[in-house]
Ligand binder design. Structure first.
Ligand code: F6R
Length: 589
């Protein structure tokens, strides 16, 4: 998945595209490029690496129409050649998505004489546009998309037309209306400060964007009117506010995330209760960190409401022929609300008659739009690729959702308990000192995060975060399973981080600590329990968390493991906010 932006108007297209690409870089940063219309010719500039590399080259461009792209590579290595835009004849195109039938299309185009230069799937679109061009770019795009399988948000320009043709299918695309021209982009942040109103295109839509007008057509090429909405990204502050990284800034915003999410929940509580009345079974789904939040949500729903709940990564859920009926509720958890696997899982659940609950930080995302009801996560913009405050917000939203399902009185009690969390998180953030443990983890051959029940779910998150931003290998493991295999990996070069926040399970997880110690492995314990502190004090590194309700303890221990990952990545001088090979928003399957 990638970020794309286009502009046509009276302003300086190069400056506008560059600014937009910088704001879109969280969607991919393997390469960046742009194409402009200048004196009836296409000017193409593209480079492997960060958007910043384009800046000096774009100074030379004088144009009022352009399209730009920031890439997360799926087909073809990151390189100048594979960077977008791709061109054929006098046509240039940028693409976000995957053309699944590109190999057949490419073979056919080559047999017709087309010359390909890149290894991307996207280049076929440029050649198809050229093949279908009869003096009308929008018509050519319409004919082209008929042949494509997969997902796409496309923007194309042509040297003989002063307009941009766009199309979308399963990849996000919006149009923005400015005072001095019109825009198109993957999402609102790209257009922050550029326009006050936007239109979110629907699947199958094709549009023609000119300086003074925008025409939208549906999948049957009938002219349609789509709603204009305010561009909420206009006033968003995306600065670092003095922090060295967005990740640290966002970790420090976790108290606000929980507080705002709990407040926002009040606004949807009744609707949520009504929609879920009579639900007999719950499935929770998501990817990566959102899946880890879903695991915690599953426990809440079973423990609080005694409704059977399952949890499945979205990519797996879709292909399991899930047993779903109208008494099933599917919680789709996603920071971005755009993750292709999660959105498609939600669509599948809806088609089988389930109620879908979107738990998302992105209130105008595709997931929000298709869901039966949305439970907002109010974490605010999360810029760092690694999720932090959205995860704590998701846990808070799932906690309150489960509480509602358990009844009025239970909910009132939980709402009271969660009110204490922002202060406890602030205390945790103030008291955490992860420096020496971070050094130990950074120099370990493997780091194992262990825990039981809710602590296990947090262990998975700790392990993912450490891998993702420090590139130190390891695993999240249920501490009871250690002796069934993973113990063989433990030696003096490994570190185990054991999370113990549940009184009833403390003895069992304590056994895992002893097992690792007796094999010579290094161990640290994260705990909020007095007994555990006493037992291990002076014997191994202890990270002590404030006392907290057992079910809400994941909020505090999550911040601890995420901070540990952050500090370890800092020790290793990693590029923390933009880890290699990744992107914030995964809109391909
Ligand atoms: C890890 C991380 C990813 C995301 C995953 C899902 O730090 O951020 O694992 O959680 O890609 O993304 P969303 O929540 O946007 O669906």
């Amino acid at each position: 998945m990638c970020g794309i932006i286009g502009y046509v108007g009276g302003g300086n297209a190069a400056e506008i595209i560059l600014g937009g690409l910088k704001r879109l870089e969280y969607r991919g940063y393997d390469s960046a490029g742009a194409a402009f219309l200048s004196d009836g010719k296409i000017q193409l500039i593209k480079k492997q690496g960060r958007v910043e590399k384009l800046a000096p080259l774009l100074k030379e461009i004088h144009s009022r129409t352009g399209i730009g792209h920031t890439r997360w590579a799926t087909h073809g290595v990151p390189s100048d050649i594979n960077a977008h835009p791709h061109c054929a004849g006098g046509i240039a195109v940028v693409h976000n998505g995957i053309i699944e039938n590109y190999a057949e299309l490419k073979a056919e185009l080559i047999s017709g004489g087309a010359k390909f230069v890149s290894d991307t799937d996207s280049e076929v679109v440029a050649h198809l546009l050229l093949k279908n061009y009869r003096g009308d770019l929008v018509f050519a795009l319409r004919e082209t998309v008929k042949l494509l399988k997969g997902s796409y948000a496309l923007m194309a320009i042509c040297e003989s037309e002063q307009r941009i043709a766009v199309a979308r299918h399963k990849s996000p695309l919006i149009i923005g209306y400015g005072a001095d021209g019109n825009f198109c982009a993957s999402d609102e942040p790209a257009l922050a400060g550029l326009c006050n109103t936007i239109t979110i295109l629907e699947d199958g839509d094709i549009a023609e964007i000119s300086e003074k007008s925008v025409k939208i057509f549906d999948r049957f090429f009938n002219p349609v009117t789509r709603n204009e909405e305010p561009n909420l990204a206009v006033s968003a502050s995306l600065g670092l506010d003095g922090y060295p990284h967005y990740m640290l800034k966002e970790l420090n915003e976790t108290p606000l995330s929980v507080e705002a999410t709990a407040r926002a929940f009040e606004g949807v509580k009744e609707r949520f209760r009504e929609e879920l009345a009579g639900v007999r079974r719950v499935i929770l789904t998501g990817c990566g960190t959102a899946y880890h939040a879903a695991l915690i949500g599953k426990r809440y729903i079973e423990c609080f409401a005694r409704i059977p709940a399952e949890c499945e990564t979205a990519g797996e859920f879709r292909y399991k022929n899930p047993v779903i009926d109208e008494h099933t509720a599917v919680f789709a958890v996603s920071q971005s609300g755009e993750t292709a696997d999660t959105v498609e899982a939600a669509r599948l659940a809806l088609s089988l008659g389930a109620k879908v609950i979107a738990v998302t930080n992105s209130h105008r995302s595709e997931l929000t739009r298709i869901a039966t009801v949305s439970v907002p996560v109010a974490a605010g913009p999360e810029i760092c690729v690694a999720a932090t405050k959205s995860y704590t917000g998701q846990i808070a939203a799932l906690y309150l959702s489960a509480a509602v399902l358990a009844g009025e009185k239970f909910y009132a009690d939980c709402a009271e308990k969660i009110r204490l969390i922002p202060n406890l998180l602030t205390l945790t953030l103030e008291s955490l000192d992860m420096r020496s443990l971070a050094h130990v983890c950074a120099s370990s051959s493997g780091v194992y995060f262990l825990g039981r029940d809710l602590d296990y779910a947090v262990a998975l998150e700790g392990s993912l975060k450490l891998k993702e931003i420090s590139y130190v290998a390891g695993e999240g493991y249920p501490s009871g399973e250690l002796k069934h295999g993973t113990l063989a990996l433990i030696d003096v070069n490994t570190t185990s981080v054991v999370i113990i926040t549940d009184e009833e399970l403390a003895g069992k997880s304590g056994n895992a600590v002893e097992q690792v110690l007796s094999r010579g492995g290094k161990v640290a314990v994260i705990t909020s329990l007095e007994g555990v502190k006493e037992k291990f004090s002076g014997k191994l590194p202890l990270v002590v968390l404030p006392k907290c309700d057992k079910y809400l303890s994941p909020l505090l221990s999550a911040v601890a493991v995420q901070m540990l990952a952050y500090k370890a990545a800092a020790v290793l001088s990693r590029e923390i906010d933009k880890p290699r090979n990744l992107a914030k928003s995964v809109t391909v399957e």
